[in-house]
Design a protein around this ligand. Structure first.
Ligand code: KG4
Ligand code: ZN
Length: 390
């Protein structure tokens, strides 16, 4: 059988993306239409606008991905699409289009979990580099605008399974970057700006108390009893949960205690007038205190993510660590994981920065094992906004 070419489609949040990947191991084309400009004035993703923008972009983005791959609707072997988690209306655009294509072309349709996609972004690029020797157990940190999840990933035959051993109790790490940037008048999305500003501040200037997770996690059962997770974990392992809403509140208090409001409003107004602010523009509108606050915030998040993830890696005695999702693009996070992982002899793999944030290549890559297993989606499947990865 010839190696399968899978067309992937992703529309779960604010990126309309399409890609062609061969046999889960070779990225042939990867097109991402970002909606940042649409959502920027609102300081966050507006779901209704996201759906509208996906509708506008989906056809040209898919056409471009096929053209760049020198493929046609007829030559691809299957169509893969994100089923969830994500914004229901946004997911539906990709799903409806993928269904229509699969039906019209009489091709198999594959439904992919977005989080599994982020994990397969790492696998795709490692295979592309010729690295086929993966040591198990694999621990994957998926850290993005919507998620901060730790999964143990296992492979049985072609199929992959996942066990969640930790997640955020409140805000995702990327969400904290976005909210803090908004609070400080730095615009949207916050991660990339804070990433670039942090080296210009003193990361030791402001101390944040470590996140306290005291209450049991009541998610998982309708009667309120924790089943998926609790603070203590199961008999053999503790849980490795995260919490990032406290640090956001601490920053708000810091801003108020240091009378930073007027300067923040002035910065917000000045930056909105610049179409695409550069690093120099941000620096020109940030005083030392703000830069120190930003650097200290990033350091606190990075230390927490790295500390908990490595503690989980030790507890489960894992052989390989993946760090993926939008926040995995963060330079300090990558450097810290590499440095601390090396101290423990733990290999750490990241996607390249373009494949860290949302894209469709990861969806096409995650679909390949399902393609091999004939694990196809029925035509009546629907979007699952809160889809769980197992
Ligand atoms: O994976 P992604 O594109 O979408 C979701 O699935 O959520 O992640 C987007 C998130 C945003 O919160 C954004 O601020 C964050 O990733 N992000 C970063 C960086 N680049 C994107 N956070 C920290 N540093 C970055 N360089
Ligand atoms: Zn994502």
């Amino acid at each position: 059988m010839k190696a399968a070419y899978i067309l992937g489609i992703e529309s779960s949040c604010d990126e309309t993306a399409a890609a062609v990947v061969r046999a889960g191991e070779e990225l042939i084309s990867n097109v991402v239409a970002s909606q940042i400009a649409t959502h920027q004035p609102y300081g966050g993703v507006v779901p209704e606008l996201a759906s509208r923008e996906h509708l506008r972009a989906i056809v040209p983005v898919v056409r471009q991905a096929l053209a760049e791959a020198r493929q046609t609707y007829d030559t691809v072997d299957a169509i893969a699409v994100t089923q969830g988690p994500g914004l229901a209306g946004a997911l539906l655009v990709g799903i409806s289009y993928a269904k229509a294509l699969a039906f019209a072309l009489d091709k198999p349709l594959i439904a992919v979990n977005h989080l599994e996609g982020h994990i397969h972004a790492v696998l795709l690029e490692e295979r592309q580099k010729g690295n086929h020797e993966l040591q198990f157990p694999v621990l994957a940190l998926v850290v993005s605008g919507g998620h901060t999840h730790l999964y143990l990933a296992a492979q049985k035959g072609d199929a992959w399974t996942y066990e969640n051993i930790g997640h955020t109790r409140d805000d995702a790490a990327g969400e904290a970057f976005d909210k803090v940037a908004k609070l400080l008048g730095l615009g949207y999305p916050g991660g990339p700006v804070i990433d670039r500003l942090s080296p210009h501040g003193d990361a030791g200037a402001v101390k944040f108390p470590p996140a306290q997770i005291k209450h049991r996690d009541r998610r998982g059962r309708k009667d309120g009893r924790a089943v998926e997770s609790n603070v203590e974990g199961n008999d053999d392992h503790p849980r490795f949960d995260f919490s990032y809403s406290g640090i956001k509140t601490a920053i708000l208090r810091y801003v108020e205690a240091h009378d930073m409001r007027a300067a923040i409003d002035a910065r917000r107004q000045a930056l909105t007038k610049i179409a695409k602010p550069k690093l120099e523009d941000y620096l020109a509108h940030c005083d030392k205190r703000t830069l120190n606050l930003v650097a200290s915030f990033q350091r606190a998040i990075v230390d927490d993510l790295v500390g908990k993830t490595l503690a989980a890696a030790r507890s489960y005695d894992v052989a390989t660590l993946f760090v993926t999702g939008g926040v995995a693009a963060n330079r300090e996070l990558r450097e810290t994981f590499e440095r601390e992982g090396a101290k423990e002899g733990l290999p750490v793999y990241f996607p390249s920065r373009p494949l860290s944030t949302d894209n469709a290549a990861m969806i096409a890559a995650a679909a390949y094992p399902k393609f091999l297993a004939n694990d196809f989606a029925p035509m009546d499947f629907s979007a699952e906004a809160g889809m769980v990865l197992r």
